[in-house]
Design a protein around this ligand. Structure first.
Ligand code: PLP
Length: 406
């Protein structure tokens, strides 16, 4: 049976709207007119400004977060096939990056509360050995990488952070990416700092920085692209096999202008999350995302969990919201549900990921982006309330709400 919402007179609420500010558009045109459109001075300025926004020592801008993860892992110099822990409740690209770095992904079950990983889950997965680990700050909820590295029995030098959701998050008073050996960010169209495409690694380690600067451009000596010296600009060395994963000045120009809005955008994201919290708390069967104690959430996503008390399934919820003109998404289909990873890793490595299997069927990501209006947030909440009211359901204990480890 398909539930239908009341016909809706309003405009559709998109899951995401990418805003490229007028200043960013003008900056892009300036770079196009200038003619140096690939990586150059503008990219250096973006790296410096991103590092400064985060309080990081260095930033290396690259083509994507996926490439950033792959190169950060390659730079560890691990033997081929070394086991690398990764959440199973993550984006497939982050696990593909491990494989493309010549390493073996070892899937870690989800933590039921944070939807990230827990020290217990990490310790269990590390029993078979772990050489390194990818930590993902799911939805923007920051995880303590030191605690997770200890649970895995590895040094924090062997942690690569997938901070695609973590830009703007902080833990222990430090921004995610400000104190890490390798934190990887994404500037994909939907992310907190949208450029369209792009990524970056922030690092405290100058050696890793030099290595990433080579790896992103064919392994060529790091300043090969700075061909300012007319007589010597042609000379370069190739020291190792790299990727074609450099940034461009066009992206940098957009990114520099967008970065100036980021603090305000983060504040708006937090405001929207608080508005959802207030309105949705009274709907039985909807579990709100947890809030970290003594830490700053980046609010990249607002992920709710649908429980039986709502009276309708997650899939029905998504269809109902769609019929009300509200687009949603699901983050993520667990990696071990995808055919390619089942084939690659085998049935054993894809079993016993019970919490991910348990939570996945209830996950829904609601619209959350700075240009979402209060009115639109209220429409989403009203639709969820109407949906809950349409179905007969037993009285429930009310929505549970996470409080969390720091
Ligand atoms: C978006 C995303 C990525 C990939 O970012 P790209 O810049 O598109 O490569 C990696 N991990 C997570 C968790 C993501 O959400």
């Amino acid at each position: 049976m398909a539930l239908r919402s009341q016909p809706d007179a309003h405009r559709a609420v998109a899951f995401c709207r990418t805003v490229i500010t007028p200043e960013a558009q003008q900056a892009a045109v300036r770079v196009l007119r200038d003619g140096w459109v690939t990586m150059g001075r503008e990219s250096l300025a973006f790296e410096a400004e991103l590092a400064s926004w985060l309080g990081a020592a260095h930033a290396v801008a690259v083509s994507s977060c996926t490439a950033a993860i792959q190169m950060s892992l390659m730079a560890l110099g691990l033997p081929a096939g070394s086991p690398v822990l990764t959440p199973t409740l993550t984006f497939c690209g982050a696990v593909e990056a491990i494989v493309h770095a010549g390493l073996l992904p070892v899937l870690v079950d989800a933590d039921e509360q944070t939807l990230g990983v827990s020290p217990e889950g990490i310790a269990r997965a590390a029993r078979g050995g772990a050489a390194a680990m990818v930590v993902q700050h799911m939805a923007g909820y920051p995880l303590d990488t030191g605690q997770l590295a200890a649970a895995a029995g590895i040094s924090t030098e062997r942690v690569v952070e997938d901070a695609a959701h973590g830009l703007g998050a902080a833990i222990g008073g430090a921004a995610i990416g400000s104190a890490s050996r390798a934190a990887c960010f994404s500037f994909y169209a939907t992310k907190n700092l949208p450029i369209g495409e792009g990524g970056a690694v922030t690092s405290t380690d100058p050696d890793l920085v030099a290595r990433l600067q080579r790896l992103r451009l064919h392994g060529m000596s790091s300043d090969a692209w700075r061909r300012y010296d007319v007589a010597e600009g042609w000379r370069y060395g190739v020291h190792e096999l790299g990727l074609k994963a450099n940034f461009t000045d066009l992206q940098a120009a957009i990114g520099r202008a967008q970065l100036r809005e980021l603090s305000a955008w983060q504040a708006r994201r937090a405001e929207i999350a608080a508005r959802y919290d207030t309105a949705l708390a009274r709907i039985p069967g909807i579990e709100l995302p947890p809030r970290p104690l003594r830490a700053v959430h980046a609010w990249h996503l607002y992920v709710i969990r649908i429980h039986p008390e709502l009276g309708v399934s997650r899939d029905e919820t998504i269809r109902y919201l769609a019929s009300a003109g509200i687009a949603t998404s699901v983050h993520f289909i667990p990696v071990h549900h995808h055919a390619v990873f089942r084939r690659l890793l085998g049935p054993e490595a894809c079993s016993n990921l019970k919490t991910a299997d348990l939570v996945f069927p209830g996950l829904v990501s609601l619209p959350l982006y700075p240009s979402l209006s209060d009115h639109e947030v209220d429409r989403v909440c009203q639709a969820l309330e109407d949906l809950g009211a349409q179905r007969p359901h037993t009285t429930s204990t009310g929505s549970t709400r996470g409080t969390a480890r720091p």
